[in-house]
Design a protein around this ligand. Structure first.
Ligand code: NAP
Length: 256
């Protein structure tokens, strides 16, 4: 496929919250010339982000779907294909966060993390992949997490395990898809100022004051959703075509 990312179609999951990373990625992709499917559990939120992009001159549609539900994702991808065209770029961003003492963690809490964060990425990838294979060009970007690399905190073992799974999935897919013109990479956020992080701050869930955590980072501030969008824009670009199976930390230099 010659067109590369400009003029192509992207699907961003979990992009229906205007303050989240998914929406920032979608806005950035639209600015870069892509048409964007904004998928979210919150269909109204997804449509609102899409309407904002359209009002700014971009092309976007909102898609209501639960990423852990195969039929819903299949229907959303089919609608995206019909309305904007086949998918060239997929960003697996949808996730739920979980905090719980490991000793008290239930099977249900564990399963919920795996269903949304890991199985959701598996389902969306499987549903979008045929379009990329048909085009001989594609970009898959998995939003993992610093805790999936380092272990983070024990109260997030289930979340971190799901994110570690995404990192392994990124590498396995990259091994198989490189010969088909499809790259697979992961962007691993650190502490980013979004509704998810704000909820944890407000509920005071960290083992120490959150400002003390930030003070230990080489760049001692919260990251921005736009920082993640910039990394995704790079991996989605034509210029990143020789880069696959990589993990890019966008974390202010944090290593713990
Ligand atoms: P966020 O503001 O909570 O956004 C996550 C989005 O995913 C929300 O719009 C949410 O919709 C949606 N979502 C949740 N469950 C879904 C499902 N089953 N199907 C479809 N959509 C679903 O979080 P964020 O901070 O932007 O996080 C974006 C990504 O970065 C996530 O993968 C997260 O794990 C990762 N991350 C974040 C941080 C951080 O510091 N913020 C750090 C490391 C990694 P609803 O609002 O309707 O539930």
């Amino acid at each position: 496929m010659a067109e590369g990312k400009a003029g192509g179609v992207a699907l961003v999951t979990g992009a229906g919250d205007p303050g989240g990373m998914g929406a920032a990625v979608a806005r950035r992709f639209a600015k870069d010339g892509m048409a964007v499917g904004i998928l979210d559990l919150n269909g109204g939120g997804a449509e609102a982000v899409a309407a904002e992009i359209r009002a700014a001159g971009g092309r976007a549609i909102g898609l209501a779907a639960d990423v852990s539900d195969r039929a819903q994702v299949r229907a959303a991808v089919a609608r995206l294909r019909t309305e904007l065209g086949p998918v060239h770029v997929l960003v697996n961003n949808a996730a739920i966060e979980g905090w719980c003492a490991f000793e008290a963690l239930t099977d249900e809490q564990w399963d919920a993390q795996m269903a949304v964060n890991l199985k959701g990425a598996f389902i969306a990838t499987q549903e979008a992949l045929p379009d990329m294979q048909a085009a001989g060009w594609g970009r898959i970007i998995n939003i993992s997490a610093l805790g999936g690399q380092t272990g983070g905190v024990m109260d997030m073992t289930h979340y971190n395990a799901s994110k570690g799974g995404m990192i392994a999935m990124t590498r396995s897919l990259a091994v198989g898809l490189g010969r088909q013109g499809i790259t697979v990479n992961s962007v691993s956020p650190g502490f980013i100022d979004t509704p998810m992080a704000r909820r944890a701050i407000e509920e005071d869930l960290f083992p120490m004051p959150w400002t003390d955590i930030l003070a230990m980072y080489p760049i001692p501030r919260l990251g921005k959703a736009e920082d993640i969008a910039a990394a995704c824009a790079f991996f989605a670009s034509e210029e990143a075509g020789y880069i696959t199976a990589q993990l890019l930390g966008v974390n202010g230099g944090a290593t713990f």
